[in-house]
Design a binder for this molecule. Structure first.
Ligand code: F6R
Length: 259
């Protein structure tokens, strides 16, 4: 079962996850991190910055979850640029070691396989940061995605396009297709850390953690993974039926267990 950690706010979640990532980097300077874009992981990246000051991060490796297909590589909202702006530059990582799926049309037919090979060659992802969409997607695995899926092209739902329109001038400018790590890819990471904040995520979180395991709610794939931390604020936790138990378990967790 996922370990559910209910925190007062996004900053507390960021601090908790950043502590874990900083320890991983201290233990293995070449650690492979799974990075997410969107609003949710930002408090993690912000909290990481002071924790990594003076630390040699030049060998840290990373793989982003997804990218828009056919987006101008110079577009500020291409995930390659978002990861550069929000993660690589502020944390001082080596851009050559941080990968994003290639959304270029010319190579899109083999871009998924190339990405899978690159992740495997790096030895797999140690800790994968995840957000969740209001429709339950993780990565851009929209409802109906196979639990065995690998990195491939998907069509964004209307809901996801609307949710992401805030990053573009209008909803029509949100690309129709994306290339995303599959649910099977995500499940191969050794530790999944899913974050969610706000009332708008409460149904998706409850479905992912406590609902039936179903491709109709891709986030429920986390129930198939042996090591998952779900870090949520009170609002995102508000539809969890066993919230009292999760709080009790966290309050009584032995110190040596870590996140
Ligand atoms: C981003 C990603 C998506 C987002 C999800 C939530 O790389 O893969 O699954 O995590 O759409 O987005 P935010 O965090 O903006 O609410």
């Amino acid at each position: 079962m996922a370990e559910v950690i209910i925190v007062p706010d996004a900053a507390a979640a960021g601090a908790l996850v950043a502590d874990e990532i900083a320890s991983l980097i201290a233990a293995d300077p070449e650690v492979v991190l799974g990075l997410a874009t969107g609003s949710t992981p930002l408090p993690v990246y912000e909290a990481l910055r002071p924790r990594l000051e003076g630390v040699d991060v030049s060998k840290v490796r990373g793989f982003a979850l997804d990218e828009y297909v056919g987006i101008d590589p110079e577009h500020p909202e291409s995930y390659r640029n978002v990861i550069r702006r929000e993660v690589v530059e502020p944390l001082g990582l080596d851009p050559a070691r941080i990968n994003t799926p290639n959304g270029a049309l010319e190579t899109i037919q083999h871009a998924g396989d190339d990405y899978e090979k690159a992740i495997a060659a790096a030895g797999g992802v140690e800790l994968q940061i995840l957000g969740i969409g209001t429709d339950g997607h993780i990565g851009f695995n929209e409802p109906g995605s196979s639990f065995a899926s690998s990195t491939r092209v998907k069509t964004l739902t209307e809901q996801t396009k609307k949710d992401n329109a805030r990053f573009f001038d209008s909803v029509d400018q949100v690309p129709t297709h994306c290339i995303t790590q599959g649910l099977g890819t995500i499940l191969r990471a050794r530790h999944l850390v899913l974050l969610a904040f706000g009332e708008g995520k409460a149904d998706a979180v409850a479905g992912a953690v406590e609902g039936p395991v179903s491709a109709s709610l891709p986030g429920s794939a986390i129930q198939l993974h042996p090591r998952v931390s779900v870090v949520v604020d009170e609002a995102a936790a508000s539809r969890l039926r066993r919230a009292d138990y999760y709080r009790y378990a966290w309050d009584n967790k032995p110190d040596w267990q870590g996140l």
